[in-house]
Ligand binder design. Structure first.
Ligand SMILES: [Zn+2]
Length: 415
């Protein structure tokens, strides 16, 4: 058999299951897996029973009660892993949804419901690609796996991080089906740091303020202004992703229409999200804490950011800083063979090549990158409604992603 006829056979088998794929997705949305609380057992059963119908073994991994990963592998040690999360964010006010959020309703070429785009759509396409590929070919030299994880929406400690770190599963390549849209694939993401600034003042009676005492809330206001100045500094990303950072900024501007947002991949974002201070209205505030969220460009690390903040604060008395959590920015070499395979596979399916990009938010990709794996995000989805009301996904996009995934597996695994 020639190479092409093998691929044709794979694709034509795939076409037989496209409608079933959409029904699977609709059913998947109906199986609740909201995070918090993050209990995905029902969704995990749904995935596992599908796999067993296809004769595929899978492991039930539950490091924390209710937080499950379904992991399945064929052909030996993971060369490429298909990875997607089953958990979804809460649906919010039901009355603001046109269709009930867990209906999985199919209307006018879309599947509606919480998780349709983020990311039960992409995950369903990955699951079907895995099942069909391993069913059509029983001989390929390299291992392929599927990991349907939980915990992603709260950081992935008991999901992807657990399988990468505790189980030591370290694929050469990880393809994540998060909604990059089919026009882009993501090779990297900004870092993040959360920290708390504690401001200490001197209490006094309100009636003698501002002559007496040192008001911590007032001082916190000055501190906030000073820290916000850090978001005006330009940082230079490494040469191999500089152009991608520029393009990603332009894409953000196009999507969000915000003035200045095109610099977002060269700069720190800055948000003071929580403030807590004072003891009573008639007392000069003796203490105040302020919590910050900053997203870090691909030029500096968490430690660099904390150092910069420390320098800004050095002119204030009684101010200290404490890290809450964070991780460094990360990216996969844009020359990774997986990126080229995504471009070529998508081109064959859609007639154009998706472009590399960076993203502002975090995905599970970082857990694998930090272990040295090449992790790339490519998946279907409608960006504007993610985490919002009337989340939905276009049926054609799910089917297209499924066909592209089949082609990617074919190229990567050379059956
Ligand atoms: Zn997601």
């Amino acid at each position: 058999m020639t190479v092409d006829s093998k691929l044709d056979m794979l694709l034509s088998r795939g076409r037989e299951y496209e409608d079933e794929l959409i029904n699977f997705l609709s059913g998947f949305i109906q199986v609740k897996s909201v995070n918090p609380p993050g209990d995905v057992r029902e969704a995990a059963e749904y995935v596992q029973s599908f796999l067993s119908k296809w004769g595929l073994q899978s492991r039930w991994i539950e490091p924390k009660e209710g937080v499950v990963t379904i992991y399945s592998n064929v052909g030996g040690e993971d060369y490429i892993m298909l990875n997607g999360h089953m958990d979804v964010v809460p649906e919010g006010d039901h009355s603001r949804w046109t269709y009930p959020p867990y209906s999985g309703k199919i209307v006018d070429g879309y599947v509606y419901g919480r998780g349709a785009s983020d990311m039960k759509g992409g995950l369903s396409a990955l699951i079907f690609a895995y099942a069909v590929f391993t069913n059509v070919f029983d001989k390929f030299d390299r291992g392929v796996s599927l990991a349907a994880v939980g915990d992603e929406e709260v950081g992935g400690q008991y999901g992807s991080l657990y399988i990468a770190e505790e189980l030591g599963i370290k694929p050469n390549y990880v393809l994540l089906g998060e909604p990059s849209t089919l026009n882009y694939y993501n090779i990297g993401e900004k870092g993040i740091v959360w920290y708390r600034v504690k401001v200490v003042g001197e209490p006094a009676h309100a009636s003698v303020s501002p002559y007496a005492g040192d008001n911590a809330i007032l001082k916190a206001g000055e501190v906030i202004k000073e820290i916000y100045k850090l978001s005006e500094i330009d940082f230079e990303p490494p040469g191999d992703i500089r152009d991608i950072a520029i393009q990603s900024g332009l894409k953000a501007k196009e999507l969000l229409g915000l003035d200045g947002i095109e610099k977002i991949f060269f700069r720190l974002s800055c948000n003071v999200g929580l403030i807590n201070g004072g003891v009573k209205t008639n007392v000069v505030a003796p203490e105040c804490t302020i919590d910050f969220d900053m997203r870090i460009p691909h030029a500096i690390t968490v430690d660099d950011v904390l150092k910069l903040v420390g320098e800004k604060l050095s002119k204030f008395d009684g101010v200290s800083i404490e890290k809450i959590s964070g991780h460094d920015p990360n990216y996969t070499n844009p020359e990774t063979p997986l990126a080229k395979v995504i471009e070529e596979s998508a081109y064959e399916e859609m007639g154009y090549k998706p472009k590399p990009s960076l993203v502002m938010g975090a995905t599970d990709g970082r857990h694998f990158r930090l272990k040295g794996c090449d992790a790339v995000v490519y998946g279907p989805g409608e960006w504007s409604r993610i985490h919002g009301f009337d989340e939905r996904i276009e049926i054609n996009d799910v089917k297209r992603a499924f066909r592209v995934y089949l082609r990617i597996l074919y190229r990567m695994l050379k059956p």
